[in-house]
Design a protein around this ligand. Structure first.
Ligand code: ADE
Length: 257
């Protein structure tokens, strides 16, 4: 997968590039990651990339010309027979980023992420260049660089072979609509707190059943909203309904509401 990032602050991305997972993904040529400085596509002496909003108002807006030129440059080597490349704008106005969106985006061979500007961006960019507007949550950050890092990180770990073991991404919280089950390492007894017996049993079927049960319970406690969207078997629903008799609708729609 190729990820191109367009930003006014390329230095933001050096930490991600140094992370072990990214290094490995790049070394194995599973990911190529390119950062472009939008300012390099300005033509004036001072490399000014923003300007005052028409109609007045506070703050400066990212100008359309350098953004269009940068993206056109980045996308120019796409062959006509290749699928369109998603162009993601990070903005608090976008659809909320989720594991399922990460998964959808990770299916593309290439994506481009345009980091939103703290004070805004000329709307023609959004209208004519951007294919996805993505927010990482209902709060406002000073720029779109951290959201771009979040998105890139979530995508890269979904690319087959990037993580040490394929299972680690499959078992991740959110990958099946449930939170991840509790995990333990040695010692089996730490300060009298013992690891659940079943995990020491070597019985893989029992361990898998325990983990599924724990995932469901944890999700029911911490994120009942997620349970409403995940699919549980009839047996699991019955079992949960017995545990939480008041919220009999668990696993259908409204646990915890
Ligand atoms: N830019 C500023 N805040 C943001 C957010 N929450 N998500 C994505 N981009 C942003």
């Amino acid at each position: 997968m190729r990820i191109d990032i367009l930003t006014l602050f390329p230095q933001f991305f050096s930490t991600l590039l140094q992370s072990a997972i990214f290094q490995r993904a790049q070394d194995k040529e599973m990911v190529s990651f390119n950062v472009y400085n939008i300012r390099d596509y300005t033509h004036d002496k001072h490399h000014i990339a923003d300007d005052y909003p028409f109609g007045g108002g506070a703050g400066m807006l990212l100008k359309p010309e350098p953004v269009f030129e940068a993206l056109e440059d980045v996308l120019k080597d796409r062959h006509a027979d290749e699928p369109p490349i998603p162009v993601i704008l990070t903005t608090p106005q976008g659809q909320i980023f989720s594991q399922s969106l990460a998964y959808q985006l990770s299916q593309h061979k290439r994506i481009a992420i345009l980091c939103g500007h703290y004070e805004g961006i000329d709307d023609r960019v959004r209208e004519h260049l951007v294919t996805h507007e993505v927010s990482i949550g209902d709060y406002v950050l000073s720029g779109g660089e951290l959201p771009a890092l979040v998105i890139a990180d979530a995508l890269v770990r979904l690319i087959p072979g990037v993580l040490g073991s394929e299972e680690s991404a499959v078992a991740d919280s959110h990958s099946d609509g449930l939170l991840e089950y509790p995990q333990f390492t040695r010692p089996a007894d730490f300060r009298g707190w013992k690891v659940p017996e079943v995990l020491l049993s070597g019985n893989h079927a029992k361990i898998a059943a325990w983990r599924r049960e724990q995932s469901i319970l944890k999700t029911a406690h911490k994120r009942p909203d997620m349970l409403a969207k995940t699919s549980l078997t009839a047996k699991e629903k019955k079992w949960l309904a017995e545990l939480f008799p008041i919220q009999a609708d668990i696993g259908n729609s409204s646990l915890g509401k």
